[in-house]
Design a binder for this molecule. Sequence first.
Ligand code: AP5
Length: 214
Amino acid sequence: MLVFLGPPGAGKGTQARVISKELGIPHISTGDILREAVRKETSLGLAAKAKMDRGDLVPDDVISGIVEERIGEPDCREGAILDGFPRTIAQAQFLDQVLQRSGRNNVLLLNLQLDPKVVIKRLAGRRTCSKCGEIYNIYFNPPRQEGICDKDGGPLVQRKDDNEETIRQRLLAYEQETVPLIEYYRRKNALHDINGNGEPEAITERLLGILKNA
Ligand code: AP5
């Protein structure tokens, strides 16, 4: 199981999509699962919406059961990439228990590190294809035609939580709830730090280098 950690905008989703194709294992983004639930107005979506709009984390018990169910599906038998989970120490302990119960305690933790100043520009410039989920950036990785996905012509949209006020709150939630998790993993000597600055392809190479040696 691969776990991508890092602040909002560090490039977790961008890299997880590439590595998922490279390794042939599913990419599980808890943010994407929650956004889909909000779009469909399911009970999960209704429970999560206000927290997500504010930039706060949704409660551990809401998200943990969903992850347990998803990684228990047959396509995750050979592994999966978790992007955005765990985000708190309680979620990490829950994940440990679930993986131990299924005899899969081989976890690689990849921590993408990025300067907060860069984070804000990356998030403000992010646009996502509403059809296929491809991620763009109007400053760093623009589509060939403004507002249109290069891959399938789908319209590009801006995430509701990518506004300045919510970004600030997401960074605060990261500092308060996820930084202690990173320190918890660091104390266990289980963390691989990756410099998240540079071209996306260079970062993919850094990640693949770690995976080859692991
Ligand atoms: P989530 O969707 O997980 O958001 P996040 O953690 O804030 O992370 P992002 O998706 O913003 O960033 P990313 O690192 O994936 O960056 P990306 O690759 O897109 O969560 C959203 C919300 O859901 C949370 O606030 C919370 O409410 C809830 N939630 C989710 N999981 C939860 C959990 N476990 N517990 C509780 N609540 C949970 O890149 C960003 C931009 O930068 C893009 O435009 C991209 O093109 C660009 N970019 C990427 N790499 C580069 C590069 N190397 N150079 C230049 N630009 C780059």
